[in-house]
Design a protein around this ligand. Structure first.
Ligand code: AMP
Ligand code: MN
Ligand code: MN
Ligand code: MN
Length: 287
């Protein structure tokens, strides 16, 4: 039975509600699941209750967007076993939610200037998503026939090199890690490949800097990682005393990767539980 420690729901940019996600995990016979929505824990309580009812191990999580400290690239910090309503974590996530809300109208304006007829209302659809993002725009572009796929929406318009790209304010990684630790959680560097580091030396520098800021773990198993890359990340985790995690980065129908499809070793979940219970990893985290 598989475990999956990286998933999204409608609380951010996934297409399944938290409860539907857990139902899906149950159909896929997952043993354990973490919900790691972008910059919000808004779906955690619902998923937790559903997982308990289905007898699936559940990890309350989050994925916080941070500043990678370089011009391009994405730095996401996963938080595991966080107290979802912790005020310190809330402060951090509210900052990112505001940055998200500020960016969407700028993207819509940029698209309008390119002659693409979409409205802010179509994107926000009533406005109840705390962590609105580019996939919400991409879905409208797709539904209205401006693009043929989500991938095309990112390549042509929304991605870092897209014609309607708009930057978003990003928070220091140390602050994301502090927020996760304050909420009793463990901080894990998500999909290191997305940092777009130039070479291994730069990767090591970034990881050293994050470890100094309190990083506890590194995501090794992820659909964007080849096996060779996973080996690199595993040995780097060893070198810095980090635990390893992984998951499918499931977004429902919004992305091709299937829940539980990453062959994440079961002991990843066991070690994560043990670590948060006994404070076995990472220095300076207050759990
Ligand atoms: P944002 O959170 O607004 O910065 O948007 C980033 C999100 O867009 C990621 O979390 C992915 O879910 C999604 N995404 C990024 N690149 C692509 C792509 N090429 N195709 C589909 N979805 C993507
Ligand atoms: Mn996403
Ligand atoms: Mn991510
Ligand atoms: Mn993710």
């Amino acid at each position: 039975m598989a475990v999956d420690l990286h998933t999204h729901s409608t609380a951010s940019d996934g297409s399944y509600s938290p409860e539907e996600l857990v139902d899906h995990a149950s159909r896929r016979q997952l043993r354990a699941l973490a919900l790691t929505d972008h910059d919000t824990t808004g779906g955690v309580r619902e998923a937790e209750a559903a997982a308990e009812a289905k007898g699936i191990g559940f990890v309350p999580g989050i994925e916080i967007s941070a500043d990678p400290g370089r011009p391009s690239g994405t730095m996401h910090i996963l938080g595991y076993f966080v107290e979802p309503d912790h005020p310190e974590l809330k402060r951090v996530t509210e900052e990112q939610q505001k940055a998200r809300r500020d960016r969407i109208p700028r993207i819509v304006d940029a698209l309008n200037r390119l002659g693409i007829d979409i409205t802010l209302e179509e994107v926000t659809g009533g406005g109840d998503c705390e962590a609105i993002g580019r996939p919400h725009v991409a879905a409208v572009l797709l539904n209205k026939g401006w693009v043929g796929s989500m991938q095309e929406a990112f390549e042509r318009y929304l991605g870092d090199d897209g014609a309607a790209f708009q930057p978003k304010a990003r928070m220091p990684a140390a602050r994301a890690i502090e927020g996760i630790h304050a909420a009793g959680g463990l901080a894990v560097l998500a999909h290191p490949i997305q940092l777009r580091y130039d070479d291994d030396a730069e990767l090591v520098r970034i990881v050293e800097w994050l470890v100094d800021a309190g990083l506890d773990g590194m995501e090794v198993y992820h659909p964007d990682h080849t096996e060779a890359l996973a080996d690199v990340y595993r040995s780097l985790a060893d070198r810095f005393g980090l635990t390893t995690t992984g998951g499918s980065d499931f977004h429902g129908s919004r992305k091709e990767f299937e829940l539980g499809g990453q062959n994440v070793p079961d002991d990843v979940y066991e070690r994560l539980r043990a670590a948060v219970g006994h404070g076995a990893w990472g220095m300076g985290h207050g759990a």
